[in-house]
Design a protein around this ligand. Structure first.
Ligand code: SF4
Length: 297
C-alpha cells in the first residue's frame, strides 16, 4: 500500500494563530478564559482546550454580569459583528481578538464596496459564523450558497441591469462556484466589481485534493463534518475517486487493505498530531506501507 500525505495539511495559519494565542492565555492562567463559540471546528481540539479551562460563551446569553471580573474573552478566527464585539468589551475585563487577518480583510472589502453604493452579493452560507459576522459589518448583503440560489434570487427580484453591484465570497468557499457566480452576474449586470476574497490557503488545498484524487484509489479527508472547508475537500475528492471523511482512527476499518494508493488530506481546522496519529495507525495495522510526505508537518 502506498500512502501519500498532502503538502497542504493540518492547521492553516489563521487557525494555528488562534489556537496558539488561546493556549498561551490558558497557560498563563491569569484570568478565566472564554471563547465566542468553537475556536476550531474540531471536537478533539476543543475537548483538549476545555480540559485546560477554556469555556464557551454564547453571545445570545446576555446575563453575564458576574464573570466580568478577571475574565478574558477570545474572539475566534471567524470574527464577530461589531456590535457583539462592543458588547463583549463592556462585559469582560479584556477582549482578545483572534479574527484571522484574511477574514478581517474580507470584512473591510465588503464595507468599502458597499460605501461605493454597490449592492453586495456574497457567495457563502448564511448560518456560517463568518457570514453572521459579515452581516454585522454591512447591511443587506445578498448571501447565496450556490448558483441555483443566486439564480432564484435574480429571477425573483428582477433588478435593473444598470444596478451597481459587487461580488465577494466567504473565505472558505470554492473557487469554481465563485467563478460561475461571477459569470452569472456578468450576464445580468453592466457595472460589476469582483473581488476574490477566498483564502488562498483553501484554494491550494482544493487544487491538491483534486490532483491527488485523480491518482488515488481512495482519499481520506481528515476533519470534522462541521467544518465547511473539510466538507468542500470531501465533495471535490469524491467526484474523482472513493472518498471517506473521518475525524479519528476508530472510523478506519479493514477495507483499507483493498486500496493500493491512498491519499490523506485535511481541512484547515485539523491538528497536525491527528494526521500523524492516523498515519501511525495505518502503518501499524497494515504493515507494508510506503509513506510519502509531500511537505513538512
Ligand atoms: S482558512 Fe484562511 S481565512 Fe480561514 S482561518 Fe485559515 S487562513 Fe484564515
Amino acid at each position: 500500500m502506498k500512502l501519500i500525505i498532502a503538502n497542504n495539511i493540518g492547521f492553516c495559519f489563521g487557525v494555528k494563530r488562534s489556537v496558539d494565542i488561546t493556549e498561551k492565555i490558558l497557560h498563563d492562567n491569569r484570568a478565566v478564559a472564554y471563547v465566542t463559540g468553537d475556536l476550531v471546528h474540531n471536537e478533539k481540539v476543543m475537548d483538549d482546550l476545555k480540559k485546560k479551562g477554556l469555556k464557551i460563551f454564547d453571545p445570545s446569553e446576555k446575563k453575564l454580569i458576574n464573570i466580568r471580573k478577571n475574565s478574558v474573552i477570545i474572539i475566534r478566527a471567524h470574527g464577530l459583528p461589531p456590535k457583539e464585539t462592543e458588547y463583549l468589551k463592556n462585559t469582560f475585563e479584556s477582549v482578545v481578538d483572534t479574527t484571522c487577518p484574511i477574514v478581517s480583510k474580507m470584512f473591510e472589502t465588503a464595507e468599502s464596496l458597499v460605501s461605493e453604493g454597490r449592492k453586495l452579493f456574497v457567495l457563502g452560507n448564511k448560518e456560517h459564523p463568518e457570514m453572521i459576522a459579515l452581516n454585522g459589518h454591512v447591511r443587506e448583503a445578498i448571501i447565496f450558497s450556490d448558483i441555483r440560489e443566486l439564480e432564484e434570487f435574480l429571477n425573483k427580484e428582477q433588478l435593473d441591469k444598470n444596478t451597481k453591484i459587487a461580488l465577494i465570497s466567504q473565505t472558505t468557499k470554492d473557487l469554481r462556484t465563485f467563478c460561475e457566480a461571477a459569470y452569472t452576474l456578468t450576464k445580468n449586470f453592466k457595472d460589476l466589481r469582483i473581488v476574490k476574497t477566498i483564502c488562498d490557503f483553501t484554494v491550494e488545498r482544493e487544487h491538491e485534493v483534486e490532483e491527488l484524487a485523480k491518482k488515488s484509489e481512495l482519499v481520506i479527508v481528515v476533519g470534522s463534518s462541521k467544518s465547511s472547508n473539510t466538507r468542500k475537500l470531501f465533495n471535490i475528492a469524491r467526484k474523482f475517486t472513493n472518498t471517506i471523511l473521518i475525524s479519528n482512527t476508530e472510523q478506519l476499518d479493514d477495507s483499507l487493505k483493498n486500496f493500493k494508493t491512498i491519499s490523506i488530506v485535511s481541512g484547515t481546522s485539523t491538528p497536525n498530531n491527528l494526521i500523524e496519529e492516523i498515519v501511525g495507525f495505518i502503518k501499524n495495522k497494515f504493515g507494508e506501507v510506503e509513506v510519502s510526505w509531500r511537505g513538512q508537518i
